[in-house]
Design a protein around this ligand. Sequence first.
Ligand code: XMP
Length: 479
Amino acid sequence: MKIRPDPGLTFDDVLLVPRRSAIRSRRDVSTASWLTPDIRLQIPIVSANMDTVTETRMAIAMAQHGGIGIIHRFMTIQQQAEMVERVKRAENMVVEDPISIRASATIAQARQLMAEEEVGGLMVTDENGILLGVVTTRDVLLAETPSDSVQTVMTPRERLIVASKDETLENARRKLHSYRIEKLPLVDEEGHIVGLITTQDIVKIEQHPDATKDSRGRLMVGVAVGARADDLERAAACVAAGADVLVVDIAHGHSDHTLQMVSSLKKRFSVPVIAGNVATAEGVRDLADAGADAVKVGVGAGSICITRLVTGFGVPQLTAILECAEMGHRMKVPIIADGGVRNSGDLVKALAAGASTVMLGSMLAGTDESPGAPVVRGGRRYKVVRGMASLTANIQRKAIEKGEISEEDWGEVVPEGVEAVVPARGAVADILHQLVGGLRSGLSYAGARNIEELWEKAEFIPITRAGMEESGPHDVEKF
Ligand code: XMP
């Protein structure tokens, strides 16, 4: 047994000391950072792979605003792969494989397909993929005979404006505008449908200039996987669906099975692999040696975690980030600070301690884009957030795996997380705006133009409880 001489520190134990700054405006700083050595984010924020935080909607919103979402793994492989597909379809320069339907299909079938795929129009093709027409929601919604064929309501090929597959975005934009159309199908010389450019996609590209996109202009998305045998299958399905990054999500990530999983994934797939969670420099070193492209740091720091109470293990989050980041910087492996961030001040401290990005759970769980509907209590709206090792999450997981659960299953669970609620907080864009505003201000207090300079210039000062009390509103009445 040994005991470390210095106490571990967390966010409330320190402040950052203001430095001389040449920065005139908060706009003069960059908040860009690396998720992995290959994935650059315009804002260093990642939404947590929790079932009350990141599914399709959150992943889309996070990537649109310059961060990224990691879709949780507590669902079937097929469901997770479908969520990835939806994110990848949400924005495109060109939809490469537009959803199609046969001319002989019924209007009812077209309606159903549009609803299932969440699209506003379908390419109508023959059995060889030759474009015969386009059918949109407007054509089918109020049609009186749903058993009629799609052919009877579609806009036929001869009345369509189409373009070749090499159409530039600029030309496409001009055509869409001058003909006042919303969809521009792309066809090859024989008339096969080979792509689609939509007005909506062009508008989205212009609305979200900082979006995190892949080389084909699609939003980027990550997925969480575990370390069991069928998780290789899970990873394969998600990568095939377009996942850009895999996150090996294990509570004690400094373990042999996590290391093995990382090296198996690295051998099998070409997408980057993030691994965690760890709270020590040795954890970072071993995961990086196994091939991890980035390491997630945080054991027991999360708002809904009780790991430290149940097991006695954990490292206060600021100390964990400081130690892990030193090793991460040495091995050129970005660190993701995961857990315990409650405001933009904590975000700045986590980055200043050496993290490249920060993962948020309960801060984003109350937004419109998190899964689930708000609940009303005492006239106020809340959303549920739960630890992925909580009792109900464990039971749900067993139910998915076994199909049904017994009374013993309930008794067997030793939860390391809790179920809770957070106030409903509106659009995630507004939360991100506040966080990024705080980060920009923080960079200017440090005299740092970007996150790398923040690492160099940051100086933490430990504070007392009195110092902490002085840091919040005090001696006034809040309303
Ligand atoms: P915040 O504080 O942002 O933390 O809500 C989110 C992170 O908490 C971790 N997490 C858990 N940790 N038991 C734990 O010990 C759990 O049940 C649990 N669920 C989530 C996870 O790292 C997440 O990103």
